[in-house]
Ligand binder design. Structure first.
Ligand code: PLP
Length: 396
């Protein structure tokens, strides 16, 4: 019998640690294999498949847009692109949107905008800061901001003029910024870094320093945005307005799409020819993206999610009491949850796999849950039952 896993090893460049499963189809929150097995998927394509798989409206949008056109090039205005940009503007602080294909590209656009913004004031206002333990992507600009040595070390020298602060450390941030700073990048919840949320105090200090030194606050919502925390963007819970927000992952409802949302005062920094992308703002992706954003901002979708989130956190608090030797901490918000389990993380992942539950581990000690936002209550109940069994097996 054909093994995709084996052939993938033979022909595809070996940069991913693949899971040894041959997936033949997905439906809702389940993945089906060529062996006829069914797995409950708590990755949702790493926060991409916000509606799980085979969502009817997503399929309809893909078919209908394909019947009109799939790609035009950015020489033309396109209806789905305009519709999605308008929707994002109407539901956020932004007045304009630039579309890319991925998260890292959205951040590249933001780096360029920030650098050009700095040049308005002086030639040496080009310093960009990001947090230790952050993740902003893997292209060379974004990688320069991804402050984790395991991703950076083999690719030095990186972008000059980049420095790092300790996440949530106001004094450290203060010591790093100056009038030469053009932008500070921050994740509201560090996702890849292990689910660590920014504090309101830190955001308050960041806003004050941004006013004092005239730098941009760029919020990377690539993982936390698009409804994952219960709001369109996670920063909305904090009392401030960023200058730029970057989005991707779930933005295209499963189709590759990234975006940079820009505040009005920055609209004219990038001019024709300054930046661009052949595929960025692909009509097919934007058509699905428009549906995705419409769903997220609808009251019904949010209310349903809130109920499921409360259930999940209540269950986890019970687990924490029942298994204090295994669960050290539960972090995150909405459907981006990190369970700090120390040395048990990989064992939990392995036992889960045996039980046909797909769990992701990040930063070696954290089980990261990123379920589809429309996961059913019955599926969450199945998940908590299995998780209880796993923790019980570990204890034994
Ligand atoms: N920023 C954050 C916060 C992310 O989580 C990721 C991906 O995991 C990226 C940027 C990079 O996105 P992409 O993989 O689409 O380039």
């Amino acid at each position: 019998m054909r093994s995709l896993y084996r052939e993938d090893k033979e022909y595809v460049l070996n940069v991913y640690n693949r899971i040894n499963l041959d997936i033949v189809k997905g439906e809702g929150s389940y993945l089906y294999t060529s062996d006829g097995d069914k797995y409950l998927d708590m990755y949702s394509g790493i926060a991409v498949n916000l509606f799980g798989h085979k969502h009817e409206e997503v399929i309809t949008r893909i078919i209908e847009q394909s019947q009109k056109y799939i790609h035009l090039s950015n020489y033309f205005a396109s209806e789905p692109v305009v519709n999605l940009a308008k929707l994002l503007v109407e539901n956020s602080f932004a007045s304009k949107v630039f579309f890319a294909n991925s998260g890292t590209e959205a951040n590249e656009a933001a780096i360029k905008l920030a650098r050009k913004f700095g040049k308005r004031f002086s030639e040496d206002k080009y310093q960009i800061l990001s947090a230790h333990n952050s993740f902003h992507g893997r292209t060379c600009g974004a990688l320069s901001l991804t402050c984790q040595s395991k991703y950076q070390d083999d690719f030095r020298p990186l972008l000059p003029g980049v420095d790092y602060f300790n996440f949530n450390d106001i004094a450290d941030l203060e010591s790093k910024v100056s009038d030469k700073t053009c932008a500070v990048f921050v994740e509201i919840i560090q996702g890849e870094g292990g689910i660590w949320e920014v504090s309101q105090e830190f955001i308050g200090a960041l806003v004050q320093l941004s006013k004092k030194h005239n730098f941009l606050i760029i919020v990377d919502e690539i993982q936390t945005g698009m409804g994952r925390t219960g709001d369109l963007f996670a920063f909305e819970k904090f009392n401030f307005t960023p200058h730029i927000v970057t989005s991707a992952k779930a933005l295209g409802g499963g189709i590759p799409l990234g975006a940079m949302l820009v505040a009005e005062e920055l609209e004219d920094v990038l001019q024709p020819g300054d930046h661009g992308s052949t595929f960025g703002g692909n009509p097919l992706a934007c058509s699905v993206g428009e549906f995705a954003v419409r769903e997220i901002v609808s009251e019904e979708f949010c209310n349903e999610m809130k109920e499921k989130i409360s259930y999940l956190f209540a269950e986890f608090n019970k687990f924490k009491t029942k298994y204090p030797d295994i669960i050290k901490e539960i972090r995150g918000r909405g459907f981006i949850i990190g369970i700090e389990v120390g040395k048990y993380a990989n064992r939990i992942k392995e036992i889960a796999f045996e039980k046909k539950l797909l769990l992701n581990v990040t930063n070696t000690t954290v089980v990261r849950l990123l379920p589809a936002l429309n996961i059913k209550m019955s599926e969450l109940e199945e998940f908590t039952r299995l998780f209880d069994e796993i923790l019980n097996d570990i204890r034994e």
